[in-house]
Structure formats: C-alpha cells, structure tokens
Design a protein around this ligand. Structure first.
Ligand SMILES: [Zn+2]
Length: 403
C-alpha cells in the first residue's frame, strides 16, 4: 500500500470581480423573459447547447449563426457566452465528437469556457422580435404581426369569499399570475352580496338553521396553464372547506406575437427607391437585393419577414401590403405570386437570409445589457460582424438580362 502525497491546490484570488458578474443561469432567465422557449415552434431546438449555468458571464457575443468564424471571434474576445439566432443542432444528434464541423465547434466552445445559447422561432414571434428589427431599419411604423399567434389562453376564475378573507385569496391567486392585464397586476373585479347556506351539522332545513354571510364575488383572469394551481391555492386560503367557484374558458384572439410584421412607410415611394433604401439599411452581402415588380410602382404598406418567408404569401396578400421583404424566395412560389398579381402588388424584395436577421442582434444586446445593469450584475456585449452568409461572389450575366 502506498500513501500518496496529497497535493493541495492553492487558489489565488481572482483579479476580476466575479461577484458582480451574473451567472449563466441569471442571463438565461433574462433571455427567456424576452424569448420564452414555449413560444418556439414544435420542430425547433432552442435554449442552452453547452455551458455551465453556474459559470459567470462577463462577455456575450451575439451572432446569427454558430459558425466557425463566429466561434473563433468569441474565443479571441474571451466571450463567456455566444447567443445565436440559428440553432447549431436543429436535428437530433447522438454525439458531438470533434469529427465534424459542429462537433468541433462544441469542443472549442467548451474548451474555451464559452457557453452557446439559441433563441430562434421564439425570437421570431416575440414582440419585439426579429422581424420588428428588420421593419425598423427599413423605416416602417405602426407594426402588427403579419401572421399573428393566438394570445395566451386565459380562464376567468370567479369565487365567493367572506369579506375578511377576500384580500388573502386575491393575494394567493395573484401570486400565481392571476389578474395580469398588460402593465397592471393583481387586477380583480368585486361586488359584495349575501351568501346563504345550511351548515353541514344541521339535520333539517328550517328557517332557524339557515345562515347568511356577507361575501365578495371576486373575478380574476388567470393563464389557463395555471388553472389547477389556482384552484389549489383557492382551496388553501379560502376559509370554507368547500369554497364555491366557477371557471370560465375565455375565447382566444390574436395576440401581439406572431411571424413577420406589416407596417407603413412615412412617405410613399417607388419600388426602386424602397429597394435602394433596403440595400443601404441592411449589411452588405454578395446577393444584394433582388426585386420583382415595376420599379416605378408606388409602395407604402410593407410586409417583412426575417429569414425564409415564402410560406407567408397568403398572409401577405391578406395584409394588403404593396411589397414583401424576406429571404430565400424560390422560383416557383415567387413566380406564382407575381403571375397571380399581374402588374399589381404585392411586389417582392428578396434579401440575404443572414442580412435580414442581423439587425435583431443590436436590440437584443441593448435589452440584455440594460436588464443586467438594472439587476446590478452588468455584462458586456458585442454584435458579431463576421458575415456568415455562405455566398462568396456573384457574376452578372455578360450578355445582360434576357427579357
Ligand atoms: Zn433564419
């Protein structure tokens, strides 16, 4: 048997003030208030790809893609977190060996102590989200979703509480999210009335045994997902062992979230002028801007969708937009839309996918920095300027365009 000498590691105090930096878990909590993962589409893969939730985060790099140049940039800048729009691992994997580009990036990030987090379709539908940023750099105002998601399902809970206990019950329900109306909290509507009952121990219902008690009818809205928790809280705080209550499912309607945005230009312009504005407002790419429509046609109402948006043509037609700005437009859908429209709108402006989503990053950086400053745990952000658009060069047709 050998007695091994125990080596005692002495940790020197860190030169950085880690106590003032947020943990990755705290940063993620802020991001998920802005981009709730529950808003992501079923097929999507959002959230933390790698990283220790307990690790401090001092520097956050924001990028559209988790691509090799972005990982290189993050490690050179000593970022603790890379926040990307596109998922690195959208489809299921059974390993992340450093035998392919994605596995190598995961290894590089972990070795460099850098986490990776993705907000994708949950950021697309958020308000403000990816398409809001695109719309704003194009100068659009009065934005509404191009294809609105339903508002979160709500119930209305109605209960009847003796006067002295009403506030206690309202507090318990409000603690579960009841009574949230926009900027207002703990909203409840009440009216006082008279409840009548015959106590359980009474064996006969005679005038002498009938009790009357002054009660408040309390109405509060509550997220449907919290229905059972709310009923449990009501039973726990109501003085009666058998509290009386009703639950009504409220009708759903369009909410503020959704894919794409529709807005207006301050001043109508021509399709050519608008396309030139888009070319100047968006980061430069090999593709530049492609346009379908009469260059001198007037445009004022504009639909946009950051990323691939040709699945939204029906919504674009229904919106009354004069022009639709999106990316990755394919031959057949684009040709069919224009054939159907004839000389009339909607016209099409096709931009590079990366360029259409890049404007979102600056707003996220600002909001994240602001939230962490407010929490007293500041961090530093940087928006990546590495273009991850895959195209390298473009050749104009030497004989010009065939008409
Ligand atoms: Zn995209």
């Amino acid at each position: 048997m050998y007695l091994h000498e125990r080596r005692v590691a002495i940790r020197l105090p860190s030169v950085t003030n880690e106590a003032s930096s947020p943990s990755l878990a705290e940063v993620i909590a802020v991001l998920e208030r802005m981009y709730d993962p529950a808003w992501a589409r079923d097929w999507d893969a959002v959230g933390l790809v790698c990283g220790d939730p307990a690790a401090p985060v001092r520097r956050v790099l924001l990028a559209v893609d988790a691509a090799p140049p972005v990982v290189e940039e993050a490690l050179a800048w000593r970022a603790d977190l890379v926040l990307t729009h596109h998922p690195l691992l959208l489809r299921a994997v059974h390993g992340v060996g450093a035998t392919d580009a994605k596995g190598r990036m995961v290894h590089q990030l972990i070795r460099g102590g850098c986490a990776l987090y993705t907000a994708h379709t949950n950021a697309d539908v958020a308000a403000p989200g990816v398409s809001d940023a695109l719309a704003r750099v194009l100068g659009l105002t009065d934005l509404v979703p191009l294809s609105a998601d339903s508002a979160d399902a709500l119930d209305k809970l109605v209960t009847f509480v003796p006067e002295p206990d009403a506030d206690k019950v309202i507090d318990a329900l409000a603690g579960l999210g009841a009574g949230e109306l926009g900027e207002y909290h703990r909203c409840a509507w009440m009216v006082t009335g008279l409840g009548a009952y015959v106590p359980a121990e009474s064996t006969m219902d005679s005038e002498a045994h009938r009790e009357h008690v002054e009660e408040r009818r309390v109405e509060m809205v509550i997220p449907r997902a919290r229905r059972h928790a709310a009923i449990a809280a009501l039973r726990a705080t109501h003085p009666s062992p058998e509290p009386s209550f009703d639950v009504y499912e409220l009708a759903t309607w369009s909410g503020p979230r959704g894919v794409g945005r529709v807005g207006s230009l301050g001043t109508p312009t021509t399709l050519r002028e608008f396309a030139m504005l888009a070319a100047e407002a968006l980061p430069g790419t090999v593709q530049g801007i492609r346009v379908a429509g009469d260059p001198v046609a007037e445009v004022s109402r504009v639909a946009v969708c950051g990323g691939s948006g040709d699945s939204l043509f029906d919504a674009v037609r229904a919106s009354g937009a004069d022009v639709y700005v999106t990316a990755d437009l394919r031959h057949h859908p684009a040709a069919e839309l224009r054939d159907q429209a004839g000389d009339a709108p909607p016209y099409l402006v096709d931009v590079a996918h990366w360029a259409s989503e890049w404007p979102w990053l600056a707003g996220v950086a600002n909001r994240l920095e602001g939230a962490m400053d407010d929490a007293g745990t500041p961090l530093e952000t940087h928006v990546s300027t590495r273009c991850t658009d895959p195209w390298s060069f473009r050749l104009p047709s030497p004989g010009g365009v065939v008409r």
